[in-house]
Design a protein around this ligand. Structure first.
Ligand code: G3P
Length: 229
């Protein structure tokens, strides 16, 4: 399952873009509000860090049909690269209308704030490139977030749609793994959850053990130093 980073924090984006195999960055108005300041400069800097080939998903703030369409086109024009800039539009009736119109013109639309498989099905029928089901927001109200993603996987497999699932809103690393097992295509995760997906105390103790055993047998040299002799 592909992983995208769900943040607008430039330090985190620089770090994860260097060390982790991330496919891009997603933002929403709340995520952008955490950074504050000049939002256009921030979006440009994110694009500059990840480059043209990685995905950027930016959400509209307008709510009227004509304005959503205008804003979506302006976002893509500003960030460039129609292929890798996706416009996030919430799953509403107006959102579906905008998704149909923009998709027909070749814009990549991520229908977001998806809280049911039914919404995902409609978004797919509207031509969305991605649907973004909110896993933790469902789990937090005693609903089945992971099960909803599994249902969407099944519905999309049956219909043969090109729409991809971009699962979002994770509070735990386990939820991310669970949607991967369910067959989800892509997940967008926070820096905190992404760190947890990699870190393991037994990995750390194993590495420490290798280093100690090597040093006991061979001293301060390294394999590279021996090979370079
Ligand atoms: O992309 C935003 C989505 O992941 C929402 O996440 O943590 O606000 O529920 P959260």
């Amino acid at each position: 399952m592909r992983i995208i980073l769900d943040t607008a924090n430039l330090d985190d984006i620089r770090y994860f873009n260097t060390y982790f195999p991330i496919e891009g960055v997603t933002t929403n108005p709340t995520i952008l509000s955490h950074e504050g300041g000049d939002v256009l400069k921030l979006l440009s800097e994110i694009r500059a860090i990840i480059g043209e080939e990685k995905e950027m998903h930016v959400q509209v703030t307008e709510t009227e049909y004509d304005k959503i369409v205008e804003e979506a086109k302006a976002i893509v024009k500003f960030l460039g690269n129609k292929k890798n800039t996706f416009v996030k539009i919430p799953a509403t009736d107006v959102g579906l209308r905008a998704t149909m119109a923009l998709s027909k013109e070749g814009y990549g639309i991520t229908v977001t704030a998806v809280l049911s498989a039914a919404q995902a099905m409609l978004a797919s029928n509207a031509g969305a490139a991605y649907v973004a089901p909110y896993v933790s927001r469902l789990e937090n109200i005693c609903a089945d977030g992971v099960g909803t993603v599994a249902d969407i996987v099944e519905i999309f497999a049956t219909s043969g749609t090109k729409t991809q699932i971009l699962a979002a809103s994770f509070k735990t690393a386990k939820e991310v793994l669970d949607v991967a097992v369910a067959g989800c295509h892509t997940a967008t995760v926070s820096a905190d959850v992404l760190r947890k997906l990699l870190s393991h105390t037994t990995t750390d103790t194993s590495i420490a053990g290798f280093a100690a055993d090597w040093k006991k047998a061979f001293g301060d040299t390294t394999l590279l130093a021996l090979l370079n002799k």
